[in-house]
Design a protein around this ligand. Structure first.
Ligand SMILES: [Zn+2]
Length: 255
């Protein structure tokens, strides 16, 4: 069985660590900082087999050099020369085999142009979404257009309900505060928000979430909901899905 654990880094990043059964060769996703990863590996007597990278931002790649020097892992990531240390450049439609499990690569531009997501099909499937899909929200558009981000989210939204979504940041409570403003009348979201508040009060992660849940609570996956559209029209144009998405994302930026 593949277990996934969060290694907290910086203010609110999670570096996800994957381990098959009790094997001592493990995987990390988006190691922005080498220190907490090395501390974890040393403490558990593990070694690093593979690194997966979703995009070029420093808080996802800053630990690469030190981890590569120390463990010589396989490194899969976007075909972006700005990231040094990627051994296997992967993009839409590619696959990689990690810890005996098949991972599909999806191109999900929007937050950055090089952003990819890793999805391991299974029961449940595991989605490493980086800064594209968060619980209750989506990534800020630093490089891509709203149309690109919308298409990327639509792609992820096609995965099964039980898919576990491992996002790279603990942004859930802030996202749900915005979601409550965007779509005030959503009982499932209110219940989830209370659950997340309890988790955070106990210093527990709110992640992973599931795609099934996100479809009920995440406004960025609910752009065609009539009540959401009513609120959005007070913020900007929302005559079609893309306009509504663009208005929603811009509103979140200034919220
Ligand atoms: Zn980022």
């Amino acid at each position: 069985m593949l277990t996934v654990k969060p290694i907290p880094a910086f203010q609110d990043n999670y570096i996800w660590l994957l381990q098959q059964d009790n094997q001592d060769r493990v995987v990390v996703v988006d190691p922005g900082d080498a220190k907490p990863v090395i501390a974890w590996l040393e403490q558990q007597d593990l070694t690093l087999d593979t690194i997966l990278v979703t995009h070029h931002h420093q808080d996802h790649t800053g630990g690469l050099r030190e981890l590569i020097e120390r463990y010589s892992p396989e490194v899969y990531g976007p075909a972006n020369d700005a990231i040094s240390g990627i051994r296997h450049h992967v993009g839409e439609g590619d696959e990689c085999r990690v810890l005996g499990r098949r991972f599909e690569v999806h191109a999900v531009p929007g937050h950055t142009l090089d952003h990819i997501a890793f999805y391991a099909p299974g029961t449940p499937g595991l989605l490493f979404a980086g800064d594209t899909l968060f619980s209750g929200g989506c990534g800020r558009l630093f490089e891509g257009t709203p149309a690109q981000m919308r298409e990327s989210l639509t792609k992820l939204d096609a995965l099964p309900d039980d898919t576990l979504v491992f996002a790279a940041h603990e942004y859930t409570l802030a996202n749900l505060a915005f979601a409550a403003a965007a779509e005030p009348d959503n009982a499932a979201r209110d219940a989830y928000r209370a659950e997340c508040q309890t988790a955070r009060d106990l210093d527990r992660p709110t992640l992973p979430t599931t795609l099934g849940r996100e479809r009920h609570i995440n406004p960025f996956l609910r752009i065609d909901e009539p009540s959401l559209l009513t609120t959005l029209r007070q913020q900007g144009p929302a005559d079609n899905s893309l306009e509504a998405f663009t208005t929603l994302r811009a509103w979140k930026d200034r919220f």
